[in-house]
Structures are given as structure tokens and as C-alpha cells.
Design a protein around this ligand. Sequence first.
Ligand code: 4AD
Ligand code: MG
Length: 460
Amino acid sequence: LIRQMYKEDSSQYLGKEVKVSGWVRTVRASKNFGFIEMNDGSFFKNLQIVFDDSHENFKELSKLVISSAIEVVGKLVETPNSKQPFEIQATSIKLEADSESEYPLQKKKHSFEYLRTIAHLRPRSNTFSAVFRVRSLLSFAIHKFFQERNFVYVNTPIVTASDAEGAGEMFRVTTLDLEKLPKDEYGKLDFSKDFFGKETNLTVSGQLEAEAYALAFRNVYNFGPTFRAENSNTTRHAAEFWMMEPEIAFADLNDNMDLAEDMMKYIIRYVLEHAPEEMNFFNSFIDKGLLERLQNIVSSDFGRVTYTEAIEILKNADKNFEYPVEWGSDLQTEHERYLAEEVFKKPVFVTDYPKDIKAFYMRLNDDGKTVAAMDLLVPGVGEIIGGSQREERLDILEKRMEDIGIEKESLWWYLELRKYGGVKHAGYGLGFERAVMYLTGMSNIRDVIPFPRTVKSAEF
Ligand code: 4AD
Ligand code: MG
């Protein structure tokens, strides 16, 4: 209801009796009257309630503890001289659920580190209320973007027998009792006795399955949880995160970049339009300049540079990097951020990486050394999207898998797609949490996931 009062025509409520319910954010009381700021969950802003000593529970109300749940009946009146446009003059305030005085989220400012230890309560704070509403909107904006373009939403499996990235960073799923097996046999488990009769793991990406569907529906997307047992204890890596993966047929790397650029601009615009209060909050308290930056991005072209050009830029940079820059090694976060923040000062696609640092499925370029890969790097975050044109030529794909040591039998169905109308196709994965970080200015991935799973942490 509070959202409707603020966002829709408040005049239909003004001067009338209304009933609202929600949680107490602050209470101030003097001898004869008091103010409660309450939040009903529907909107970022609070609503002010005024009460006086004509209430028989006046004493109780004056001592209400933060986070108590109340139901208020009263008249909505305009308050032209205060910072809020209106308030409720309460005729009755009923306590629905008490709160204990040691409630951990008091009015003072808490550090994000501390708030992580109370992940079950932090959505009640301003910052996290804003973060998680934006996260929700962003998810909707992504669906809206792809549905408006007639992409088919595919649900790829969570439990799988394949390693889509070939990086060996999977969480094994098993019904075998590992503890009953001697330690030195750990690597030689007999998976024929397992539930699925073979070794299985949590998916690292739904791409391979999405490719199969793109070759039927032309344009598809997958959006779901992915898991990586990557031992990266950084502010940008989670063990469980969401990825949004479109896959398009009859398309090459340029089509892929155009799609990614359109999508990024669309979802930024959507969130700016649908969460102005939250975005203003981030701009004021989390990342000054956020709004200006996002608005610029929506109205300008993204940069595009090849990996080889990027290496030249980095080599000539007037800056000492911690990790050396040389053709053939992967870009580190410091390099990615330097390119996006200092060279291009906007999102930039880096394309055509050396084949040896990229996944087996990427299409080999004519030079025989690089693949048709693209990473989108953005200021503040670094890599937010990773994608490529896929290798559609069966012989080259098989040769590549052989060279790397990936068993062809394990991906027989993936190879078969190349035999039956396996036209050129491409796709990418957007790290959903990184997109939330980018849009909110939040700097730790742990603060954009309701209950984060990272190295050595699964408290909730
Ligand atoms: O670059 P990645 O590994 O690409 C793929 O998995 C492809 N199969 C996607 C595709 O082409 N369909 O991951 C894609 C994106 C990264 O750019 C990054 O934003 C995010 O997923 N990501 C992570 N986000 C949080 N925590 C992690 N551990 C992440 N690993 C990747
Ligand atoms: Mg990547």
C-alpha cells in the first residue's frame, strides 16, 4: 500500500482513513505525542505515523522496539513542510508482533562485513532492501528483453555428466558414501554403483545444452544457477551464482556482441526507470557518479578491441601491473579494469583471445592461433560477460578436444549437433551477480546474493 501511495495517485487516499501494516524503523516520542517511521516492505521509503496521548497504549507505543510489526489505522494527510509528502494521523496502532530490544539492526550504520553475519536480517536495512529489489527487477528485465525478441527460455539441467567449460572446477554430486572408501581410492571410485550410474556434477554452465536448443529454436536463453568449485576467494567470485546465457543460430561473433550490447543497455535503462529511489540511494551512499556513468553508457557505443591490440595497449601503459603482460597469458582483473576504467572509460569487448587460454568449444580463427571469443569488461567490475562464436566444424572441434584431452564419448551428443544442420552459432554468459554489482555500485559479490556461497563459507 505504501508503494501505491507514493508511486500512484496519492490523492485518492488523502484525507481518507487508511489501514497499513509493516515494521517499525524508528520511534521518537515526547510527553504528549510521537512519530513512528514504518516500512511495509512494498516500497523503499518509509511512511511517517503520528500519534498522541489520546491513544490508550501511548506509553507502549513510545517504547516500541525497532522491527516490531504494527497495524495502523488513521487519516492520510499532506505535510507540505516536511521531507515526506504525507503522513498518517493514527487513530489506532495495534502491535502485531513484538521485537526484542537486542535486535541486531539498530539505527546506527553497520559495516557490510557485520551485516553478512546476519544475512537473515540484512534485507531489512536500506542498502540491502535496495540491492535485492534491484536484483529482482534486473532478473525481470532480462526475461523481458529476450521474450520481446521471441527468444525461447530453456531450462538446462543442474545435475550433469559434462564439464561445459572443461576447466575441472565442478562440485561432484554423488550418492556414494565417500567416507567408507579408503582415501587412496578416492580417484578411482566405481560410479556404476552411483545413483545415475556415472560420475555427475553440478553444472558450471548450461551452454552446451543451450546450443542444442538454439539449433531447433534459433534464438534461446537459459537463466539459472551455476556452480564453480573455483578456489578464488575474491570479491567477484562465488561458488554458486546465476548465469544468463543466450544462444543464437545463423549468427557470428559480431551478432553476438550486438546482442550483448543491446541487452546491457536495455536492462540498465529498465532499472533506472523502475527503481529510481533505489538508484538514487546507491548514487548518494554507495557510488557517487553511478547514475551519470550508467546514463552515459546507455547513450554511447561500447568499445571493441582485439586481445592482441589490448596486449599492446597494456604493454605501453604507464603503469606497473602486479602480473606481467604478455601475448598468450590471460588478462588479470587489474588489466581488465585498467582497460575499462582508464583506457576506454566505458564497457569494452575484448575479442579473439589465444586459443590456449579459452574453452574447447570456441571457433578457431583463420590465423590458427586465436579463437572467436569475446569478454565484456566494465568499469568497477571487470569481466561481466564471457562468450564466443562456437566451433561448428566437426573435424576441427574433434581435433581440438583431442589436443586438450577431452573424451569425445562424453560429449557424443554435442558433436552430433555438428552433423545435422549445425549452422554457425554464437552465445554468451552474463554473470548475473556481476551485473547487479555493476548496476548498484556494490563492490563485493557477497553483498548482492541473499545467502552467498563462497570459499569456506556457507553459514546460512
Ligand atoms: O566466462 P564464463 O566462464 O563463460 C561461460 O561459462 C560460457 N559457457 C558462457 C556462454 O558462452 N554461454 O562465465 C560467464 C560469466 C563471466 O563473464 C562472469 O561474469 C560470470 O559468468 N562468472 C562468475 N560470477 C561469479 N562467480 C564466479 N565464480 C563466476 N565465474 C564466472
Ligand atoms: Mg570468462
